[in-house]
Write a protein that binds this ligand. Structure first.
Ligand code: 13P
Length: 256
């Protein structure tokens, strides 16, 4: 099945509202709307920037999706500091990153937390971008396929094929994030293919065939084309290079 690539920028904890609006506007200015007939594009700014960034793209009638970087699974209540799916939906979020390795490692997010978030997002009609990926120690131990596919199974526990079909998985080897050490296309493809095989076990081949598996980790305008040429890599989750409009737009072009 022909899957349309998704290029998603993860801005992480960068950009005040003023800076976020400038970056979104720079992206918009460099963008030809008909590109979005060939590739899906999203940016994931910090929570406080979400609405201002949605406004920029809406004003320009540009269907770049906006996504959050995290969410809490409860609907409302005494959960100081958290943000619900309903809140994200109301401001126009269409995606939400879940289980990024920075959240797993710095904020002790577990596979169970990731699963609760995935289920809450699906119920609330926001597409989860589920991050999985092994540390350097796991890569060196040679058990990375088992590790990553176990993360995929845990993230989708209790989810059926119909619910899963719009979810996205992003393979982000921790050793490649922010290090400038990109996985080779072969290394990335090996794991993305294993992720898809796991999705096929869980949801059937047809559903797995239609789901997008992204690569993330030091992806930039210089290496995107070769990574995206791999059959099981359906886009990228871009950190550092998504903070520069020119680089981000070049990656989008490589994905068309
Ligand atoms: P870098 O592109 O900066 O390596 O970050 C990747 C990432 O973590 C995207 O979620």
């Amino acid at each position: 099945m022909a899957r349309r690539n998704l290029i998603a920028g993860n801005w992480k904890m960068n950009n005040t509202i003023g800076e976020a609006v400038v970056l979104a506007q720079e992206i918009s200015n460099k963008f030809y709307p008909d590109w979005l007939d060939k590739v899906d594009v999203a940016v994931c700014p910090p929570s406080v920037d979400l609405k201002p960034v949605v406004n920029v793209f809406e004003f320009d009638h540009l269907k770049i999706g906006v996504g959050a970087q995290n969410v809490y699974w409860e609907e409302k209540g005494a959960f100081t500091g958290e943000i619900s799916v309903g809140m994200l939906r109301e401001i126009g979020c269409v995606y939400c990153i879940v289980g990024h390795s920075e959240r797993r490692n710095l904020f002790a997010e577990t596979n169970e937390d990731v699963n609760k978030k995935v289920r809450a997002l699906i119920a609330g009609k926001i597409k989860p971008i589920v991050c999985v990926g092994e540390s350097l120690a796991v890569r060196d131990a040679g058990t990375y396929l088992e590790f990553v596919t176990a993360q995929v199974r845990a993230a989708f526990a209790g989810v059926d094929a119909f619910e899963a079909k719009d979810a996205v998985v992003a393979y982000e080897p921790v050793w490649a994030i922010g290090t400038g050490r990109t996985a080779t296309p072969e290394q990335a493809e090996e794991v993305c293919a294993a992720v898809r095989a796991t999705l096929a076990e869980l949801f059937g081949a047809e559903t797995a065939d239609g789901m997008r598996v992204l690569y993330g980790g030091s992806m930039n305008e210089g290496n995107a084309e070769l990574l995206l040429a791999e059959p099981d890599i359906d886009g990228g989750l871009i950190g550092g290079a998504s903070l520069k409009a020119a680089s981000f737009v070049e990656i989008v072009k490589a994905a068309m």
